[in-house]
Design a protein around this ligand. Sequence first.
Ligand code: 7TS
Length: 407
Amino acid sequence: MIKPLVDVAQDFPILNRRINGHRLVWLDSAATSQKPESVIQTMDRFYHESNANVLRSVHTLADEATTAFTDARVKTAQFIRAGRPEEVIFTRGTTESLNLVARGYGDQAVNSGDEIVLSPMEHHSNIIPWQQLARRTGATLRYVELAQDGTITIDALERVIGPRTRIVALSRISNVLGTINPITEAAAMVHQHGGVMVVDGAQSVPHEATAVRELGADFLAFSGHKMCGPTGIGVLYGRMELLEAMEPVMFGGEMISYVDQETATWAEVPQKFEGGTPNIAGAVGLGAAIDYLAGVGMDAIHEHSRTLGELAFETLKSIPGVAVYGPARPHAAALAFNIDGVHPHDVAQVFDSLGVAIRAGHHCAQPLMHWLGVGSTARASFYLYNGQDDVSVLKEAILETKRFFQR
Ligand code: 7TS
């Protein structure tokens, strides 16, 4: 019996809620995770006791707030094994981080005739910034071909990565198929041609131990809210020499060194990219989320997510009239499926009546929906507060949905 990794009732008060007369079963963590009590309390304490703006004033609260904010950056850097804290730039989330790379790095490094390599399984936020970059520069987008089970093979990477490739941008883990992509191999190929590897870690950083340099990531984007942290805070990691060469894209207070009426010079990295008052409480909350995840252990979380993902895959595969997408194994914590003859939105509606929260739709991955040949899917996703019970509830909810629509 696979149990949740944590004391759910104590750590996640929201999961004690009852929805439509049933225990809330949260199978929508790929959209956003629930927040542990420790994160909620840390943010509460920050606003109750230490709130002030950071990196400017010298009074006691400013000092406390600045220390808390700076500590959060240090914790985040250690969590992904960055070389130094300054390689962590705080953003609003994965979307903003990827836009920042495409603008700040892409506009300088990419020229007409260059190629940007993506995959059809990318989230829209790892496609559209590159489409826009290609438009601005005259570069070409190339898509790696997916194998039948939705995986990316080394051969397929070799076919698209070449001397013209300036950027390869791939998710480490798909938010729809649960595929775990061969980033290290892709990075080695693009590095051979002098290009850079951009990793969308929105689904992977919450679920596996991340070591950016071993992974081969030159840039890594992720969001706090999918890893037990608050919304509105995210990270762009970048290798220091790339960040130093990169242009800022948000201009204003705190990102400058010297300003006169006509010109300005930039502050050092990371302040250069963090114009304006940052999301201080968000960063502090992210620090608390990292403490919480590290306390449980990222290797244990990875094992748990994979075990539940694979169990759910097998369980759903054995139900007649249910299509399950993505590889059997390794299968990460997100699982897309359809029930024959029932629209995914109707599936989600019946599930909600049973207290089960899933997402239905295109999951911000329309090119992947085209590749799958469907308009949309239902999706269940798991995290450390889910257990085998929840896989059983998922199966029961599917059987109930089938009965409901057969009546
Ligand atoms: N990349 C991936 C792989 C994602 O799963 C998401 C969010 C993003 C980027 C964007 O992250 P954001 O925090 O900037 O919004 N994915 C989902 C999802 O699957 N359902 O809701 C949001």
